[in-house]
Design a protein around this ligand. Structure first.
Ligand SMILES: *Cc1c(COP(=O)(O)O)cnc(C)c1O
Length: 368
């Protein structure tokens, strides 16, 4: 058989990012049974480290087996019953997906929209809440990877809670790179993915639920529409009960555990500052190359920068050359931004000035 030998590349798209070498070594530690005491001790420690990155004391804080989309689906299917009304904020591809997932769960979806490249206006959310006082949840994306917008959450979370509703937040592209204030804002359900700012391979979806969200699970009238993603059962596996639900992906948990240790060693504040500093160097360099950022401050997502493709430049060709000649991956636009923008990720371990300089040098060569 032909040898399988994928080359290492610098992953500066919207994810996955390059895992830290320590994380890849952790992946190769011995596989253990899902109820092995050594393994469940590592699960417990991983949950504790997740509480640190989510800035929460929430008891129900775990990693769902699956990627970020499994996190989104878990959040929706465990927060809604068929017929419930959900207000979903969308200003990009992942907001659209949230609405679609909520609909598939059987919810009646009301959308609050903003143009791509802009944040959701809290006043629009207030209006939707006033018009739909019977809504149960409000869903919103914190770091919208399709546009590069960082959504401020303070006002919106306040309005949601005043109305007695629950807020569900997608932090797949922000957790570990930008402050996710779970407890400060009382965010009810927050989910993420392992392969973006946590610098772990794809395959796990961290999630945390506050008291109101847990009480919903305990008191729902209909059974959860998903068996595999039913947190009512999964949490019994992550608790002292160790009820068998599905085989724990032990090696992935080792990897996430190591990735979270690295986050803790660096410290959240230092990590956020590093992401911000790397983006500043990137924006300065892109501007010097004559490229215009899509998003204005203070709404720039530090972990993913969007920039317009200059007139007359073949955007796909530039990405191909960056990959073929320099081994660097960046991404093109989605939806209304298709063919019009590039998306440059600075996530986790990758968010360094050295990587930014490497990309800027390569981009300068290619654009010549
Ligand atoms: C990447 C991403 C997702 C989806 O995660 P997958 O790991 O690809 O399933 C969801 N939301 C946002 C904001 C993302 O950036």
């Amino acid at each position: 058989m032909k040898q399988r030998n994928p080359k290492s590349k610098l992953l500066m798209g919207p994810g996955p990012s390059n895992p830290d070498p320590r994380v890849l070594r952790a992946l190769s530690e011995p596989t253990l049974g899902h109820l092995d005491p050594d393994y469940v001790a590592i699960m417990d420690e991983t949950a504790e480290l997740l509480r640190y990155v989510f800035s929460t004391k929430n008891a129900l804080t775990i990693a769902v087996s699956g990627t970020g989309m499994a996190g989104m689906e878990t959040a929706m299917v465990n927060s809604l019953e068929p017929g419930d009304k959900a207000i979903i904020c969308t200003a990009g591809a992942f907001g659209d997906r949230m609405a679609e997932v909520a609909e598939r769960v059987g919810a009646k979806v009301v959308k609050v929209e903003s143009p791509w490249g802009e944040p959701i206006d809290p006043e629009d959310v207030r209006k939707a809440i006033r018009k739909n006082p019977d809504a149960k949840v409000v869903g919103i994306v914190h770091g919208e990877t399709s546009t590069g917008v960082l959504q401020p959450l303070d006002d919106i979370a306040g309005a949601v809670h005043e109305a007695g509703m629950r807020i569900i937040v997608d932090t797949v592209a922000s957790l570990g790179g930008v402050d996710v204030p779970t407890d400060r804002l009382g965010l009810d359900v927050v989910y993420s993915g392992s392969q973006k700012c946590l610098s772990c391979p794809p395959g796990l979806a961290p999630i945390t639920l506050g008291e109101k969200a847990v009480s919903f699970i305990e008191n729902r009238k209909t059974t959860c529409r998903s068996w595999y993603l039913d947190l009512g059962m999964i949490r019994r596996y992550w608790s002292f009960e160790r009820f068998y639900h599905h085989t724990g992906p032990s090696n992935m948990i080792y990897a996430l555990n190591e990735a979270l240790r690295i986050v803790k060693e660096e410290g959240l504040e230092a990590r956020f500052a590093r992401h911000k500093a790397a983006q500043e160097v990137l924006i300065k360099g892109l501007t010097e190359l004559g490229l215009k950022p899509v998003v204005n401050e203070p709404y720039r997502l530090p972990t993913l920068t969007t920039v317009y493709v200059p007139e007359g430049v073949q955007e796909g060709e530039v990405r191909k050359q960056l990959m073929d000649e320099f081994g660097i991956e960046i991404a093109g636009g989605l939806g209304v931004f298709k063919g019009k923008i590039w998306r440059i990720g600075l996530m986790g371990t990758n968010a360094t000035k050295a990587n930014v300089i490497r990309l800027l040098g390569a981009l300068k060569e290619v654009l010549k």
